[in-house]
Write a protein of this length. Sequence first.
Length: 298
Amino acid sequence: MGPSPPDSGKPVFRFAPSPNGRLHLGHALSALSNEALARQFGGRLLLRIEDIDLTRCRPEFVDGIMEDLAWLGIAFEPEVRRQSRHFEDYARALASLRAHGLIYPCFCSRQEIRAAVPACEAEAGTPWPRDPDGAPLYPGNCRTLAPEEAERRIAAGEAHVLRLDMARAIAAAGSGLSYTVFAPDGSRHPVAVAPERWGDVVLARKDVPTSYHLAVVVDDALQGVTHVVRGRDLEAATDIHVVLQRLLGLPTPLYHFHRLLLDEEGRKLAKSRQSRTLAELRAGGMSAAAVRRELGFA
C-alpha cells in the first residue's frame, strides 16, 4: 500500500473536493467544518484533490478550488495529494482484493440493470431492493460467470466494471464491523455497519481505474487521516468504506457528519443543479467574512 505516513501524534483532518465544477456554499461548509475541528482538536489539515474522473475533472476547476479556499482564508499543509497521480496505489488495492477472490468483472450496463429489475420483481413477488441512494441493487448476473468466459470477453475489449462481491467481502471481513462517530465536544459513539444494503458496488471502471469508495479509503490511510469530516449525504457510504478498510488491513478513522445546506426546494446544493458558486458570490460583492458568518464560523 506504499510507505506509512509520518506520525506527528496529532489528529489529521482533510478536505477532499472533486474538480468537476466550481465550489459552492456546501463545499465551504465542509471545508470550514474541517478547519474548525482541526483547530479545536489541535490537528493538521490536509487538502486532497479527488480527480480520478479524467473526463469530468478539469485543470481550471483545480485552479478555482485553490482560489476559493485561499479567498476563504483556510490554511492547509502545503503538499496537496492529486488522486490522478496515484492510480498505482489503487491498482495495488484492487490486486489484493482480486487475489482473495473478492472482485469480479461485470459486463452489464446501467440500462441493462434497470431493464432487468421488473423481471426480478416479478420473479420474487416483491419490490426489488434499492441502495441508500435509490438505485436498484445489481442482480448479480455476472457474479457466477465462468472465469474463462470473463477473460474472453475482456480480451475482446468488451466494456466492463469490477464489482466487489459484497457477500463474500462481508464474510471475509469478519464480525464486529463498525466505526466511531465523534462530536465537537469530544464525545464518541459506535455505529454498526450494514454494507449489504449497497449490494455489489463498483470499485473500478475501464475509463476510471478506481472508484470514490476505493480511492478514499486508500488515500485516507496513506495520508494518515484520523478524523474524517464530511456531509451527512455520505454517512451511508461509510458502510462500504469500513468493509474495504478491514479487507485491506487499513485503519478506520473517526467520523463526523455535518449538516447539509439545502436549496429552496429542499434539495442539497450541488454542482449538477448549478447551485450558486463561491466565485459568483464573490463577484456579487459577498466577502469571505460574510460567508463565514452565514455558515456559523464567524
